[in-house]
Design a protein around this ligand. Sequence first.
Ligand code: NDP
Length: 417
Amino acid sequence: MSKSLYELGEVPPLGVVPEQMYATVIRQDRFGEPVKAMQTEVVDVPKPGRGEVLVYVMAAGINYNNVWASLGEPIDVIAMRQRMLGAKEDFHIGGSDGSGVVWAVGEDVRQFKVGDEVILSGGTWDETGEDIRMGVEPLASKSLRAWGYETNYGSFAQYTVVREHQCHPKPANLSWEAGGGYLITGATAYRQLTHWTPHHVRPGDPVLIWGGSGGVGSAAIQIVKLLGGIPIAVVSNPDRVRFCLDLGAAGVIDRREFTHWGRLPDLDDEAATRAWTAEARRFGAKVWEILGERRNPRVVVEHPGEDTLPTSLFVCDNGGMVVLCGGTSGYNGDLDLRYLWMRSKRLQGSHGSDTQENRAVIGLMSDGRLDPCITWCGTFDRIGEGHQMLYANQQGVGNLAALVNAEAPGQTTLGLG
Ligand code: NDP
């Protein structure tokens, strides 16, 4: 007989959906640091609608976006959904990376069936939306949302609901946490480095990578190497230097040796502007020292934002590109526009990844050419703790993941047949 609630890892008969599930839940009255905001609760299992898939979650990836959701800043995602989408729920279940087993499908789902083992990608869009039908690419569609951040019922629960296009067949050799803990950072970096023609990385291109030991950064180092480019990483401690070198960085800069971070000084303040420029030049000279010649990075992989954007634009080569996917340190990114127009530089926003890019990254992982670098894999009750480490920038190197229904790291199948 089926039960209304199963314990984590206690597998219901395939396709039997219980009424309730354990979930890591954020509520408005506890917005704040992730360890406080994220609590385990029992909630109702969502139902898949048309074109949607209900997935029994095996593992989930921990990303920065649910640090923001916990804080309730810069957006209260619960209020936003209630206001803009008419959502009824007064809670948020995060999680934008995950892996698991298809447990139920809604009407019109054609490519996946109950029992399929899948990796889930974080960008969700309406494939029937008018703009997509008119040729707008999904990542620029009005319907684009970050699953488990802008949408509810992400992967930090026993079950999640995704659109069918978010499902990708899981290669049998990938563990649940490797498959489920990597795609957002890995495929975002892949798009940053391959999509923005003519600034895709070419053999011999120097590429500057902020946060080289982090999720986006560790993927970027490896992808630049695969493309024949020269990755130069920036980090803030010696363990991270070692890690980036081991991953294949040509050299690593410790950003603690510099002081010019943050917003640009007022141009009327000549002394401060001179001091800023001297520090930025000293930083650029470190890049030359690593390269052994006076060449600037053709591509800069940006995500810290406010603290680093002025330097990124300054050191980027003439005609090069700063490609930005986040603003960890703040959203007010200052630019000295003279460097942008007089040196024909490009500042490019890049958000998420499309289906082709997701599948390419899964393939590279499965082939062993891209290491997902899952260096911390917590149990379900430690999801808040994982986010807390990111919030405090005290995480180790690589990516963080959590087991949901999987019982131990390294498991590769639910083994249902
Ligand atoms: P991680 O925490 O794994 O890595 C971020 C790294 O950034 C840290 O290791 C740290 O390295 C560096 N960093 C932190 N603060 C600063 C600072 N003030 N100046 C310079 N470097 C800093 O995060 P992820 O790699 O997972 O994500 C990075 C950012 O990218 C996040 O803001 C995230 O939201 C965003 N993102 C966006 C996506 C999109 O689709 N738009 C997808 C994935 C991520 P160190 O201290 O060693 O320098």
